[in-house]
Design a binder for this molecule. Sequence first.
Ligand code: CA
Ligand code: CA
Length: 341
Amino acid sequence: MNRSLPKSTLGWLTLACSLAAYSPAGAQSIITSWGLNSSGQLPGTIGNGVDAVSMSAGVAHTAVVLTDGSIRVWGSNEFGCVNAPKGSFAAVAAGDSHCIGLAANGSLVGWGKNTSNQCNVPSGSFIAIAAGGMHSAAIKARDGNAVCWGSNGSGQCNALVGPFTAITAGGWHTVALRSNGTAACWGWNAYGQCSAPGATMTQIDAGSQHTVGLKSNTTIVCWGSNFQGQCTAPAGPYVRVAAGEQFSVALRSDGRVIAWGLTSGALSYAPRGAFTQLTAGGAFIAVAGQMDADFDGDGMVTGIDLALLLASWGTPGADIDHDGTTAGGDLAVLLADWIFH
Ligand SMILES: [Ca+2]
Ligand SMILES: [Ca+2]
């Protein structure tokens, strides 16, 4: 008989009790990202309860509104995007190389590359914002109509008549949702990126030459360029979508982040979790929320979480991959999250 066995068992029991006490609602939120990090656009994994209320990525920068209303930007500062203004914000939108902020009082601010006046924001009160290649857009609080400014070489600033509830801007096109959930689109249509289907959508996001939408029935609709397969979505159901430059990404209701289109190997190391924000940039993805493998809720995936998983081996206690039990599949997810996030 191994005399150390009772001690070891006690240790596992302690860990198992810790796991039983784990409450997802109490887990700390994190911001994490993966993919190309050519300009430092990936903030890495930021824990300690950091959470985002708005998140948007450009070609090589990531902009986030934190829960305290402040804006943080990571990545290329070639045009000053990282130098975010101070203040209290409700949302941020990242264009190719510029940013638009929606202040808590409804006013707008723009910063970064301004060669097409894409940062020269209009005055007034607004409820939603978007930033595209070299243009920007917003929805007026007063009547729900859209206003667009910046480059208009493809008619991407010739807004249709609203009212609208949501807006997104691609490379050279702009898409807005009407209150009945259908999409209106204006701008460059060479790839059909402005030939919106009649579907009813709850969320939209435009990439460079395509637009992805989340339908009311949790499936995905996508239109525009499909040269890289960015409009060929795997099966859902999904809860959130985002469009990168030449790819798309969505958060499936089982917590998996699925990317398709021009996706490099690094884009496949998605964490598993309950994420509330999702954005895609040039060749990277960022999310905010809680990671499933963070069993002790400290905002990181570490050896403590590994121990908690092992303590639940053979039970449903740490069933990250939803197959009914804690086994090798869950261990693989945890190790990937530990290494890459
Ligand atoms: Ca942890
Ligand atoms: Ca499992």
